[in-house]
Design a protein around this ligand. Sequence first.
Ligand code: PGA
Length: 248
Amino acid sequence: MIKPLIAANWKMNKTIAEAEDFAMQAKKKFAAIGRDIIFAPPYTALYAVGKILKGSPVHLAAQNMHWAEKGAFTGEVSAAMLVDAGCDYVIIGHSERRTIFSEDNRLINQKVVVALKSNLKPIFCIGETLEERESEKTFDILRQQLQQGLNNISSDDIRHCIIAYEPVWAIGTGRTATPEQVEKAHSFTRKVIGNLHGAAISDNIPILYGGSVNPENVSGLMSQRNINGALVGGASLDIESFAKIVGF
Ligand code: PGA
């Protein structure tokens, strides 16, 4: 059984003071929750939030990283710097990175490789656009994203990965995929990983759903066999709403 995992992706929101306040409340609320929780604050708040969360069941993630270990990359942040700031996880290949910042599967794969080498666990995001879904390309796209994005990852390393299925049309739109649609995509994802690394490994990889998750729809989603958790954007910004999702 995979322990339910709820991750908060704050995107480009919250000042350091706001993030610290949220983390202090979360530390109290989730002290004995028995669920895995991850916060992904913006870079500027990582260190401050990490310090507060030390010793709590809430882990720290970055929202992105650069693929190089160091060097002349103005404005970028390396995996080692994220570890130094207290991160255990990093979100890689979020659809906003893919579309707004033109990240492709090859570049995303480089990031996954470097993250694992640096002892950061990737939260690797995949998902189809509305156009791809409507033209019945969803499974081809997911297969391509998985095969290319996780290229050259050993079976030993894949155990440290978390997959987040986030259909682009459901992100920030208020339009959630139905539990049945998500379950189909997740069981397909597990099958693709199983073909690459065997069912014993694939069955233990957490697959999260992301896309307009809120306190009302979370339990329906979590009742599905292959939905192991959620990656929450908008509804993770408010502690009361996030706490309801965590306690689904
Ligand atoms: P949303 O974002 O919950 O606001 O749809 C999810 C995500 O982008 O990870």
